[in-house]
Write a protein that binds this ligand. Structure first.
Ligand code: CDT
Length: 311
């Protein structure tokens, strides 16, 4: 039986602070409908797809930022997206900020997450971002903040995969895509399609020499992660200049060969699509990257040990 999943990467342009959830969800629904017209079975949205990238601002009292988080999914604002997706028979992957009340000790937990929804509207799973980049405290000398480490906890769960859409699906969020361990953890579980939303500012304050390389690094990590693990990777940006901060667009759909099957040509709302034949993964997983035959875990013992840095 064929395992071809037509996938849409639904890139978003900027979301400004004053845009309501309802306005944003209307944009998501319009991309979903375009994907349905194009025959897609799955649509992937960016990281923090319901709001502006709020970690660029510092607030003294973090509770005053709680309005950027969702407390449950679906909720009143996102229900129209869930309803329309179910009506059209399309699944989707949505990135957003999640605020949870931990029953133990009454603590509040803040996460950067993606939720995957099947074509029948059932929730497959919610992934919490593992690698949280940026800084913990206000750094007033920066042109803008990157306070993800203030606003989000790192996932204690790591990289799970789910049987969905006729294959094995994993998720990662933005900075996770730069780490080989993200792909490998999922590769070790036989992943066939990795869904990744991102918000990548073009300016990197700690080392601006990396600024002109943002697009190159984005393609480099996702193409090599796909190839080395015999998996599709769907990378979806929130691009364009949001609240004065220019961000990388360049969403792409990457095959297990490492080749780019589709890529965005604008930095605004744009749908790109490709047929992802999940059986293509076997060509790589069963040959060059046959893990049972060629992998050498007995000499990889340092991989999960603390690093010994160069002098
Ligand atoms: N959102 C996110 O993870 N962005 C990071 C930029 C980090 S720069 C402090 C990324 O890896 O694209």
């Amino acid at each position: 039986m064929s395992r071809i999943v037509r996938v849409g990467a639904a890139q978003l342009g900027p979301i400004e602070r004053h845009h309501s959830r309802e306005e944003v969800v209307a944009r998501l629904v319009s991309l979903l409908q375009a994907a349905a017209d194009d025959g897609c079975r799955l649509v992937v949205y960016p990281e923090l797809a319901l709001t502006t990238f709020f970690p660029r601002w510092f607030v003294d009292d973090i509770a005053t930022a709680d309005h950027w988080y969702e407390t449950h999914m679906p909720n009143e604002a996102t229900q129209p997206l869930f309803d329309e997706a179910q009506r059209l028979g399309i699944g989707f992957c949505l990135g957003y900020a999640l605020l949870e009340h931990d029953p133990v000790g009454d603590a509040i937990r803040r996460w950067n997450v993606q939720t995957l929804v099947e074509r029948d509207g059932s929730i497959v799973g919610t992934f919490k971002k593992v690698h949280i980049p940026g800084h913990e405290g206000h750094e007033p000398d920066r042109p803008f903040q990157h306070l993800e480490r203030y606003y989000f906890e790192p996932s204690p769960e790591g990289f799970h995969v789910w049987d969905a859409f006729g294959g094995r699906v994993g998720m990662m969020i933005c900075n996770d895509r730069r780490w080989p361990e993200s792909y490998r953890e999922m590769g070790m579980q036989g992943v066939e399609m990795i869904l990744c939303g991102y918000n990548t500012p073009l300016h990197y304050a700690p080392d601006p020499s990396q600024d002109p390389l943002q697009g190159f690094h984005n393609a480099l990590v996702m193409q090599s992660g796909a190839y080395q693990n015999g998996t599709f990777v769907i990378g979806v940006a929130k691009g364009g200049t949001e609240e004065g901060v220019p961000s990388l667009a360049e969403s792409s759909i990457i095959a297990p060969s490492g080749e780019i099957l589709a890529s965005a040509t604008t930095d605004g709302d744009e749908l790109i699509t490709a047929d992802c034949d999940l059986d293509w993964c076997r060509q790589y997983k069963n040959t060059l990257f046959d893990m049972d035959r060629y992998r050498r875990p007995e000499v990889y013992t340092r991989l999960s040990a603390p690093p010994r840095n160069a002098p």
